[in-house]
Design a protein around this ligand. Structure first.
Ligand SMILES: [Zn+2]
Ligand SMILES: [Zn+2]
Length: 123
């Protein structure tokens, strides 16, 4: 599985909130499989709007889903939040680039996307 932005490989990484996510070894973007966003948003009820109606102002973009061959991601904002995400319309995985991760980490609504440094990661 390769990063939609920089084509580097992802490394499964344990985050501080004990959730394993795929982090790009090149650009430090994060790939969340369907539903994994729930582990990072503190008030998960706020995500209902997203699960019911999808992202706000969905726009096509040129990045392709790392798991669905050839499917283009679409870009938009999470309803109830101002976070921009890229989402696959097929598998509903979410890609967050480094800048978007920083925005999320500065929000009180989010459990920080911080790798757990106590763990040695190996491929
Ligand atoms: Zn990358
Ligand atoms: Zn997909």
């Amino acid at each position: 599985m390769n990063c939609p932005k920089c084509q580097s490989t992802f490394q499964t990484t344990l985050m501080r909130n004990a959730v394993m996510v795929d982090v790009c070894t090149g650009c430090e973007g994060v790939w969340l499989a369907q539903g994994e966003i729930n582990f990072f948003i503190k008030d998960t009820k706020k995500l209902n709007k997203y699960y019911n109606n999808g992202i706000n102002q969905a726009m096509s973009c040129i990045d392709k889903c790392p798991t669905c061959d050839g499917t283009f991601l679409r870009k938009g904002a999470l309803p109830e939040f101002s976070f921009e995400i890229e989402e696959c319309p097929k598998c509903f995985g979410i890609f967050l680039d480094k800048k978007e991760i920083e925005t999320l980490n500065n929000s009180r609504d989010v459990n920080k996307f911080t790798p757990d440094k106590r763990v040695q990661h190996t491929n």
